[in-house]
Write a protein that binds this ligand. Structure first.
Ligand code: FES
Length: 146
């Protein structure tokens, strides 16, 4: 089922060319991740292979997640549509466009929708004076807990 989408134009400061952060490291500059605006998408790798991830800024803090809805994780459904649009129109929650699940942007927990109580796969990301960085997979080789 395809949901109707409002037109969504990328702001000038965001480039959605293919970013690759397959190994831990730099994701983007801090100025690219604006409060409750577009998420920055990039690819990561762990022992299970390559996957898409994203960072968003919410209440001043950058949060990172795997771009895969926990409602039907085996189908690898991205939350965003169009690319980079993760927040609802009021900037309160991250939303999966497929079946409208709402996620707390700070914790990743689903607070409304078909997967209520499940959570997005959280990434270890940090922000410092040089930008936003993904810290990599854990000791078991996972980019996120499963
Ligand atoms: S696939 Fe995300 S809510 Fe159903």
């Amino acid at each position: 089922m395809k949901c109707p989408q409002k037109s969504w134009l990328l702001p000038e400061h965001v480039s959605m060319e293919n970013r690759s952060v397959e190994v831990p490291g730099f994701v983007c500059s801090s100025s690219e991740v604006r409060e409750r605006e577009h998420g920055i998408c990039f690819r990561i790798s762990d022992k299970n292979g390559s996957m898409e991830a994203f960072v968003v800024r919410f209440r001043g803090t950058v949060h990172g997640y795997v771009n895969r809805c926990p409602h039907v994780p085996a189908d690898n459904i991205n939350l965003d549509a169009p690319k980079g649009k993760f927040f609802d129109r009021l900037g309160r929650f991250l939303v999966c466009r497929r079946h409208s699940a709402w996620f707390d942007a700070a914790s990743g927990e689903c607070v409304r929708g078909p997967c209520k109580g499940a959570a997005l796969f959280r990434l270890d990301v940090v922000e410092n004076d040089d930008g936003v960085f993904w810290l990599g997979a854990d000791e078991a080789g996972r980019a996120h807990g499963e």
